[in-house]
Design a protein around this ligand. Structure first.
Ligand SMILES: NC(=O)c1ccc[n+]([C@@H]2O[C@H](COP(=O)([O-])OP(=O)(O)OC[C@H]3O[C@@H](n4cnc5c(N)ncnc54)[C@H](OP(=O)(O)O)[C@@H]3O)[C@@H](O)[C@H]2O)c1
Length: 197
């Protein structure tokens, strides 16, 4: 696809790099008003939301947002029969560009919001990955932000993908929650599970 669609990632993780519990539920302990406000405002600015079938941002404007939902229930690309603003996409059957064309969004910003396999698929494509951290929360045995967590930390994985930490904002002073913009400084080494053009 052309280089006109910016790709940004958004996640909040625990101190041990987890985005959900072992049974794939995002716990209340990872929900902070400051982070939710930041996430909501970012998605309001995005032109397209991209996520796996079990992830959903659940915000007031969610029904109005155009989205691409990854699923193996379809061969390639298809409209979502349950949501006229959603396109179902199976990366095994079609490149990302085709899903974007079907969704009617080929310029602007796409926000990738999980889960772990989807976050990893776009590692070679992020312009910026917004990593929120809740340093006082741990989720032992939980679901890591990328499939390689906890063997590698989220930061090691982002660095390895050619991203570097830049500006940081405090989102919750009491709980020490911050978000760091990991911005692209180098092309990543291509890997087999990454998205094709
Ligand atoms: N803390 C955070 O910021 C954050 C962020 C994101 C998610 N989460 C949490 O993480 C949990 C969801 O994790 P998850 O891994 O189950 O979610 P997911 O990636 O949202 O959903 C998995 C589903 O997406 C589809 N899918 C994923 N990869 C695919 C691929 N390569 N090709 C085709 N289809 C693909 C499949 O759907 P089909 O079954 O239809 O084939 C798969 O069953 C939720 O609790 C969510 O709240 C937390």
């Amino acid at each position: 696809m052309g280089a006109v669609l910016r790709i940004e990632g958004y996640v909040i993780v625990s101190a041990d790099g987890m985005l959900a519990t072992a049974d794939r539920v995002m716990p209340e302990t990872l929900k902070f008003e400051g982070d939710q406000r930041f996430f909501n405002a970012a998605l309001d600015r995005a032109d397209l939301i991209v996520h796996g079938r079990h992830s959903y941002e659940d915000q007031p404007n969610s029904p109005r947002r155009r989205r691409i939902v990854l699923s193996r229930s379809i061969a390639a690309v298809a409209p979502d029969p349950d949501n006229r603003n959603a396109t179902l996409w199976n990366p095994a059957g079609a490149p990302f560009a085709r899903a974007c064309a079907q969704a009617g969004v080929e310029t602007g910003t796409a926000a990738v919001i999980g889960g772990p396999v989807v976050f990893a698929m776009f590692l070679d494509r992020y312009d910026t990955f917004w990593l929120s951290r809740a340093p006082r929360v741990t989720i032992p045995g939980g679901l890591g932000v990328f499939p390689d967590v906890p063997a590698r930390s989220p930061e090691e994985i982002l660095s390895g993908a050619g991203l570097a930490p830049r500006e940081r904002q405090v989102l919750d002073e009491t709980e020490g929650v911050t978000v760091t913009a990991w911005r692209r400084v180098a092309p990543a080494t291509p890997r087999s599970d990454q998205v094709s053009e």
